[in-house]
Design a binder for this molecule. Structure first.
Ligand code: MEV
Length: 439
């Protein structure tokens, strides 16, 4: 059991590691050596990473990969992806190549509005509150002008403030429901700072509002925070081709393939157990781009899954149809992304990722990211309805198993060759390694 400690964050990095070694690893130096192995020899770079969060003791690497050949709205992209799952980048690249030969992806941002709320309690007369809000709305707006000024210059700002009466659901509960445009920033700090100021102004104005009775005057602010539910920060990406341009297999004609594909999407639409896995595959692509470009994947995940449930049941984020011999496959997903602020100008790999994408603005990045999700889903469903997922997955996972057994370059080459024509299973890899080593 971990002992309690006070003042841990004040310790130096070395002392934090010593504390861990003493209390968790019986002072075994090999246990903590792994931490220093991952330190960067460039001290400035290491300091930058240390200061991203509190109590940093090392760096946690993820592979930073690229998926080329994505044609999006007629332009070719190589998409950066940060992800550990073996088969994701290969699957994305394969889907990109497939659709590149069929006109590529089209993508369009449908809206970019974000939401934030001041949650408060009010026990007075509801009509008085509404009257008060109507009168002080200009004061509320004026009180945040010092925060919104710069964002307005960039085309964004605080768009609307609405008083919402939620007392039917929760006693005395009201909201200022605010909408925002945040230009190329994800905008969390901008939104939260604006909301906190609105909350302060609301309380101050209530104290001085002459038409309030004593009981009306008390507004209790509960919290002021942006919402990660962004159904109006939405992007759509699509691919389509004539049915006969789809690939047929020995057992499946192009038409049968298209129909099977559509069935798979229909299942994800009506069966939550499948929909969650289906959308997880989509998020494999989306999160990888979100991470590589320094955006907040937890926010994106929360928003995407909430959107998938917006009609009361959890459904697929992608849709497929056949119309007039044309197969169309699309995704509609909320993505609150930024290309300025946050890590974008700090993390060298994030800077690289954005440059690789030709320095996109936030809407372009939304389009690219949605395409990565759609491509990933296409690749997954394609495998599921043809070969099954394990063939490709285990092929990519082979290297992980070989590394686990510390296979030499020679052993790797031999076994990769062997598994070109044999099915990869953990057992079979182990058997083959052992055979190689004893022969
Ligand atoms: C694995 O990470 C993702 C898949 O399960 C997605 C899917 O089933 O559609 C392959």
């Amino acid at each position: 059991m971990s002992p309690l400690v006070s003042g841990f964050s004040k310790l130096s990095k070395t002392d934090k590691i010593k504390w861990l070694a003493t209390h968790h690893f019986n002072n075994d130096p090999t246990a903590t050596a792994v931490l220093t192995t991952y330190w960067n020899s460039d001290e400035k770079l290491q300091r930058l990473h240390d200061e991203f969060t509190e109590n940093t003791i090392s760096n946690y690497y993820l592979p930073f990969s690229v998926a080329p050949n994505f044609v999006i709205n007629g332009k070719t992209y190589t998409i950066p992806m940060a992800i550990e799952e073996s088969s994701v980048v290969a699957a994305a690249s394969k889907a990109a190549k497939f659709w590149q030969k069929r006109g590529g992806f089209t993508a369009k941002v449908l809206s970019t509005t974000k939401v934030g709320q001041v949650h408060f309690l009010f026990t007075g007369v509801p009509d008085h509150l509404l009257q008060f809000f109507t009168e002080i709305e200009p004061v509320l707006r004026a009180s945040v002008s010092h925060i919104t000024k710069n964002m307005e210059k960039r085309g964004g700002g605080l768009k609307s403030i609405e008083l919402r009466d939620k007392t039917a659901q929760l006693d005395s509960y009201y909201q200022l429901h605010c909408t925002f445009e945040t230009a190329d920033a994800m905008g969390a700090n901008f939104i939260n700072s604006t909301l906190e100021q609105l909350a302060k102004t609301l309380v101050t104005e209530a104290k001085h509002y002459e038409h309030f009775s004593i009981s009306d005057k008390h507004i209790e602010i509960l919290m002021s925070i942006l919402s990660n539910y962004v159904p109006e920060c939405l992007v759509k990406a699509t691919v389509s081709c004539k049915i006969d341009e789809l690939e047929s297999t020995a057992t499946l004609s192009a038409e049968a393939y298209a129909k099977k594909f559509i069935r798979a999407i229909q299942i994800a639409n009506i069966e939550p157990y499948r929909a969650v896995t289906h959308n997880k595959g989509i998020m494999n692509g989306i999160d990888a781009v979100v991470l590589a470009t320094g955006n907040d994947f937890r926010a994106v995940e929360a928003g995407a899954h909430a959107y998938a449930s917006r009609k009361g049941t959890y459904t697929s984020l992608t849709h497929a149809e056949i119309k007039d011999d044309t197969f169309t496959f699309s995704i509609e997903v909320p993505l609150a992304l930024g290309t300025v602020g946050g890590l974008t100008n700090l993390h060298p790999l994030v800077k690289f990722a954005l440059q690789l994408l030709d320095t996109p603005n936030a809407t372009k990045l939304m389009e690219i990211t949605a395409v990565a999700g759609l491509a990933q889903n296409f690749a997954a469903v394609n495998s599921l309805i043809t070969t099954g997922i394990q063939q490709g997955h285990m092929k990519m996972h082979l290297m992980n198993i070989l590394n686990q057994f510390e296979a030499t370059a020679h052993e790797k080459a031999k076994l990769i060759k062997y598994f070109e024509t044999n099915t990869v299973t953990h057992n079979e890899v182990v058997t083959q390694i052992e055979k190689l080593r004893t022969s």
